[in-house]
Design a protein around this ligand. Structure first.
Ligand code: UT7
Length: 368
């Protein structure tokens, strides 16, 4: 995972002139602080940093990755997919790459697709990333949204394995009748950028918080129940739930509906706020780091968000924490591969430019 170094507390937001308070934000959301990208950081860079981490933990060779799915609502550009920049930086020369926009459910959607790509026999190593730079899509004068979100990235590698462990079931869903509830209105084909759209801050996130809250409290429990049933488990079999980190009250409500103690949920939104598609992989990484996840456990990841969308994944965990210890020379080898990838990218760009100049010149001479 990767979180920007810059941490901004609730008090700091209030000190910057926003009409809010630490008391309000904490009591209504559970958020105390969030990581915000510095000028030098963006979604691609954070995704690459998280991918480096995942490749190290899995001790994998980037050249063996078959597919990269980057879940995000804050791509570096409208076009191309930020996933392609990740592919280039990693030197994942065999990989197809694309961005997936399913709001805050994006990471769970991506896991579901990755698992199916592997189960079909088409791919054997898939990199799934959730990465967001939401701070660039916020209206910093809108206290109803800007206090909620943060930036960061998390990544996992999915590998084909034999045996009973791994992803047991996934559910995904959507209800586009709620598409206006959480939206960046301008910048797409329906409302291209104009001076007016910029002046009106229509390129920023707008949310009907209460409606989304109502949807979230129901769907978090429902999607969890569905995936647990699909996996053939009982609710009591679930060791840990890693929910989308939007609001502590939403998680508490799901805990009540599912009749599971809140201790069975991974909660880290106090430190990160809502990082949309990155929130589940970041929480997953932290739970692994804290020793809360181990072999044989039944884990549920569950998200909801813009679309409206929702999704849940049931995983029988198989990786022992000790397996993460990778010999130093393997990391040095990967570091060299990344340097090579950079050089390769640079050379290809130069060659492409030179080739174009050559073709234009030849064309010019031909016409003379
Ligand atoms: O990942 C995407 C999914 N997003 C979510 O899950 C968000 C779901 N929604 C929520 O979490 C909650 O609806 C919010 C945290 C966004 C808002 O909490 P709420 O309890 O629903 O508050 P509210 O919108 O009903 O606003 C209550 C009051 C209003 O003032 P008045 O009209 O009662 O005078 C707001 O203007 O709180 C005011 N308010 C604030 N006050 C201080 C709204 N934002 C703030 C703020 N600081 N940051």
């Amino acid at each position: 995972m990767y979180a920007p170094k810059q941490v901004v507390s609730n008090d700091e937001l209030a000190q910057r002139g926003l009409d809010t308070s630490d008391e309000w934000i904490r009591s209504r959301t559970g958020i105390a602080r969030r990581h915000l990208a510095g000028d030098h950081e963006n979604t691609a860079q954070m995704a690459i940093a998280a991918a480096h981490d995942a490749l190290q933990v899995a001790d994998a060779d980037p050249r063996e990755i078959d597919l990269i799915i980057l879940a995000t609502v804050t791509s570096n550009h409208m076009m191309p997919s930020t996933a392609c920049m990740v592919q280039d930086a990693l030197g994942a020369i065999r990989a197809g790459a694309f961005d997936l926009n399913a709001g805050c459910s994006g990471f769970v959607y991506a896991l579901s697709l990755a698992q199916q790509a592997i189960a079909s026999g088409e791919h054997s190593l898939v990199l799934v990333i959730g990465a967001e730079t939401l701070s660039r899509a916020l209206n910093w004068e809108d206290r109803g949204t800007c206090v909620l979100f943060g930036d960061g990235a998390g990544a996992v590698l999915l590998r084909a394995t034999e045996g009973p462990a791994g992803i047991q079931a996934s559910v995904i869903g959507s209800d586009g009748s709620g598409s206006n509830l959480l939206i960046i209105p301008a910048g797409g084909s329906a409302m291209p950028a104009t001076h007016d759209t910029v002046d009106q801050k229509l390129h920023c996130i707008q949310m009907n918080g209460q409606e989304v809250f109502r949807f979230a409290t129901t769907i978090l429990a429902q999607a969890t129940e569905q995936v647990v049933t699909k996996a053939g488990w009982q609710m009591q079999d679930v060791t840990l739930i890693v929910p989308h980190q939007a609001n502590l009250r939403i998680i508490a409500s799901a805990s009540k509906r599912l009749k599971l103690p809140v201790e069975r949920f991974v909660i880290n939104l106090e430190d990160y706020g809502n990082t949309s598609a990155a929130s589940i992989p970041i929480a997953l990484c932290e739970a692994i780091g804290a020793g809360r996840i181990g072999p044989g456990q039944n884990i549920v990841l569950v998200g909801f968000g813009a679309g409206l969308t929702w999704g849940a994944t049931a995983i029988k965990w198989s990786v022992a924490p000790g397996e993460a210890a990778v010999p130093g020379y393997r990391n040095a080898w990967r570091w060299l591969l990344y340097r090579w990838a950079k050089l390769r990218s640079f050379t290809r760009q130069k060659l492409r430019r030179t080739l174009m100049l050559f073709i234009r010149k030849a064309d010019h001479i031909g016409r003379q």
